[in-house]
Design a binder for this molecule. Structure first.
Ligand code: PEP
Ligand code: MN
Length: 340
């Protein structure tokens, strides 16, 4: 919709109309109002955007009516919710709740196997663990790399839990393809479009985290980058955003979950650990996420949180995981879901 200024002349309106009519198959409709005239342009939002009409004389603003994300949109041919099955674990679809748990970072074989067995026994659906870590400081521990992937493979062999691990850099794509059942794209890379295309081509489900300062529309456009590579298996993850509030590490945007459920067919999960930055908040935020309709959780669990090299204060102790999982399952049941 192109809204003209109240002062726009007939000639200026006609000029805008002519520019629009140059786009093939665009339906153009002039709508004179009491104060201003609006011009509806139906059929080619990208083509209209490319005209740059905002700069023309007499144009007040151009208001896009259609959604800027396409493949991720729930409008897409009125498609049903996407339901993924990852080695028998169902993600999405409204009947199951997936609980992805594990250490922030794979630090050693012993640590990872201990956590893997604890979360498997407690009812986790999948195991998470970082091999390549995005660290705010270049001097912090960046993960063990490929040896960590081999430890995760052993954990998978021992527990049967599918592995979720982050693809940080395109140069690790082959190694990640070999070891990951689900490829995580971290918050800091949500708008690394080249990496999203690499992830989309890997032939593995992609867990896409929302950027720390990204809107939900930007998250869905990022998902479009993966989907356009022919990969239908995308899981969205709300993990907290930057706001003026500093009491928590990030602000968990709980309203994004029901919003996303309305606007996309993709499953939506929540990471309460990075949002909170404090394990005491992880239980309440997990319960809230389940209650507002999330399809699952991604939660950090350590065998000995106090000695963790990364994100210790927010990691749950493995010894308390079974109790936590039971509590989460009870809250997921409020929305008709059972643990997958
Ligand atoms: C993580 O899950 O380990 C992680 C680094 O999270 P985020 O990208 O959300 O900060
Ligand atoms: Mn972490």
């Amino acid at each position: 919709m192109i809204v003209m200024t109240p002062e726009a002349t007939e000639a200026e309106i006609a000029q805008v109309k002519r520019r629009l009519e140059a786009i093939e198959a665009l339906h153009v409709l002039v709508l004179p109002g009491e104060l201003t005239t609006a011009i509806g342009a139906i059929g080619d939002p990208e083509g209209v955007a490319e005209l740059g009409l905002e700069g023309m004389r007499g144009v007040d603003r151009v208001v896009p009516i259609s959604r800027p994300y396409k493949l991720a949109s729930s409008e897409l041919a009125h498609r049903e919710s996407t339901v993924l099955e990852i080695d028998g674990r169902v993600v999405g679809g409204g009947e199951t709740f997936c609980l992805i748990a594990g250490p922030c970072t794979v630090e050693s074989r012993g640590q990872t196997l201990a956590v893997a067995h604890a979360v498997a026994a407690g009812g986790a659906s999948m195991l998470r663990g970082g091999a390549f870590k995005p660290r705010t400081s270049p001097f912090a521990f960046k993960g063990l790399g490929v040896p960590a992937l081999e430890i995760l493979a052993e954990a998978r062999a021992q527990t049967g839990l599918p592995i979720v691990t982050e693809l940080l850099d395109a140069q690790h794509a082959e190694a990640i393809r070999e070891f990951a059942d689900v490829v995580q794209i971290g918050a800091r890379n949500m708008q690394n479009y080249a990496l999203l295309e690499v992830a989309g081509k890997l032939g593995r489900p992609v867990l896409l985290k929302r950027g720390l300062s990204s809107t939900v529309e930007e998250l869905l456009m990022a998902a479009d980058y993966v989907l356009k590579e022919g990969n239908d298996a995308v899981i969205l993850c709300e993990r907290g955003i930057r706001t003026f509030e500093t009491a928590t590490r990030f602000t968990l945007d709980l309203s994004s979950i029901p919003w996303l459920k309305l606007h996309t067919h993709l499953p939506v999960i929540v990471d309460p650990s990075h949002a909170a930055g404090d394990r005491r908040l992880v239980g309440p935020l997990s319960r809230a996420a389940a209650a507002v309709g999330a399809d699952g959780l991604l939660v950090e669990v350590a065998d000995d949180p106090a000695s963790a090299l990364c994100d210790g204060p927010q990691q749950l102790a493995a010894s308390g995981f079974a109790r936590y999982a039971k509590d989460v399952a009870a809250h997921a049941a409020l929305t008709g879901k059972r643990l997958s």
